[in-house]
Design a protein around this ligand. Structure first.
Ligand SMILES: *Cc1c(COP(=O)(O)O)cnc(C)c1O
Ligand SMILES: [Zn+2]
Length: 441
């Protein structure tokens, strides 16, 4: 694959996020701390990683990027899952996505420097590929060495997780089961796991209901859990932070704005930027904006109330269907991210997210509704001068809008509830007559 061999000494393991004693190998099927039942995290041996200087890491990562490594995630493998050998990697070219300088949009919205990290330009069309290559590779490795014999890898999903799991599972030849809330994912997102041969179970509930079922099945050992409660996902997703810093010449931006539902990705950004700072690749952390849809905003409510835990809500229907989550699994990790990155939480209404996406599209981007949420929240922070004009702002675009054609079409046909469609643009039907067409140019 063209990556250097994993260094023998390097090793990562699962530990309790709250610091209970005990560590567990990454090849073990374990999702909660046996002592306190809390979340786990993957920890790396920073003392060994520190034997390589910040300069050396930067040079090594830059050399791999320009040597056209196949995968942005595995080009950072020592920081991700060092013990997985080349032969076990299940990779489909994830990461190394563009950090697009959105100059026209920035000018029109009053930002000095606005960049969009285009995570949707990847195999299954969302950032979920970054975490899934790691999770499926570790499972593949564990199966090869006899540590695991999963009957199936399973996830609950608002659409994109199941698409990624189904693709990577199919690439590895591992059986996949996905639990979807019936009628709540886009057509493209439903077709993806079906096409890859996953068993698709459509449950008469919402995402939170599906999550509760799959978590219990995992607890009983019936399936291997692929949701981001499993911190292997976060190890892959944290490379987004490393890529952003790398693409800015190993500098942190002033702000990163990320659309959030289950809050795993917000935790991943913190993990990535912290590790880069810890190991001397950047000298400070950016500020974080967790961007939520107003229809599914438990973290926003907690932030407004100054609370340090989330009260679960029943998430309402939103165009940003991938973040329609009322009981976020990684809330605790996200609070730590907000503390560590001097973060804020903002929300966007249906109209705000749709207008932000449509405006971005008019400048050449093609924004999915979640990226719309992030752009709308960035704009609100800019208006309040929380984000300053001169700030370098990175908006994480989490999915490819081609997965959300119903949203785009509904917008332009002015058919979406609570949305004004100010920028609607529909085809003009004409007879094939040169004079008539000329008169309509
Ligand atoms: C999964 C997803 C999110 C939310 O990520 P979390 O880690 O659950 O907060 C945002 N946007 C898209 C397109 C997604 O698929
Ligand atoms: Zn614990």
């Amino acid at each position: 694959m063209g990556y250097s061999k994993p260094q023998e000494l390097l090793r990562a393991s699962f530990r309790c996020f709250d610091g209970c004693v005990g560590e567990f190998p990454l090849t073990q099927a374990i999702y909660r701390c046996p002592s306190c039942d809390g979340l786990l995290e993957v920890t790396h041996d920073l003392d060994i990683l520190r034997r390589t200087s910040g300069d050396e890491w930067r040079a090594r990562f830059d050399a791999r990027w320009s040597a056209s490594a196949q995968s942005g995630v595995w080009s950072k493998r020592e920081w991700v899952a060092p013990e997985v050998p080349d032969s076990a990697l299940v990779t489909m070219g994830e990461g190394m996505t563009p950090l697009y300088p959105a100059r026209r949009l920035a000018n029109e919205l009053g930002f000095g420097d606005l960049r969009v990290k285009q995570c949707g330009t990847t195999h299954t069309g969302s950032f979920k590929d970054l975490g899934m290559t790691v999770l499926v590779s570790v499972v593949n490795h564990a199966v090869t060495c006899g540590a695991l014999t999963p009957r199936a890898i399973a996830c609950a999903s608002t659409g994109d997780t199941s698409a990624a799991l189904a693709a990577y599972g199919a690439a590895a030849g591992l059986p996949v089961v996905v639990l979807l809330p019936r009628g709540m994912v886009s057509v493209a997102q439903l077709v993806q796991p079906l096409a890859h041969g996953a068993k698709v179970l459509a449950l008469e509930t919402d995402f939170d209901g599906c999550m509760a079922v799959v978590a219990e099945l995992a607890r009983r050992g019936r399936v291997y859990l692929a949701n981001s409660m499993n911190p292997l996902r976060i190890e892959g997703q944290k490379t987004v932070a490393l890529e952003i810093a790398q693409q800015l010449g190993w500098k942190a931006p002033d702000w990163v704005v990320i659309p959030s539902g289950n809050l795993g990705n917000a935790a991943a950004l913190f993990a990535g930027f912290s590790m880069a700072k810890e190991l001397g690749l950047i000298d400070r952390l950016p500020r974080l904006c967790v961007a939520q849809a107003a229809k599914a905003n438990p973290m926003y409510r907690a932030f407004l109330a100054g609370a340090s835990n989330v009260l679960p809500v029943v998430a309402e229907s939103t165009q940003a269907s991938a973040i329609r989550i009322g009981n976020p699994v990684s809330a605790k990790r996200a609070f730590a991210a907000l503390r560590g990155m001097d973060g804020v939480v903002e929300e966007a209404t249906e109209n705000e997210l749709a207008e932000a996406a449509a405006h971005a599209d008019r400048t050449g981007l093609y924004a999915d509704p979640h990226t719309g949420v992030a752009l709308a929240c960035a704009l609100k922070l800019r208006h309040r001068e929380v984000i300053q004009r001169g700030d370098v702002v990175v908006v994480v675009s989490t999915a490819n809008a081609l997965k959300f054609t119903e949203f785009k079409l509904g917008y332009h046909e002015s058919q979406l509830p609570e949305i004004d469609s100010r920028l609607a643009n529909i085809p003009i039907a004409l007879p094939p007559d040169v004079e008539v067409v000329a008169a309509n140019l």
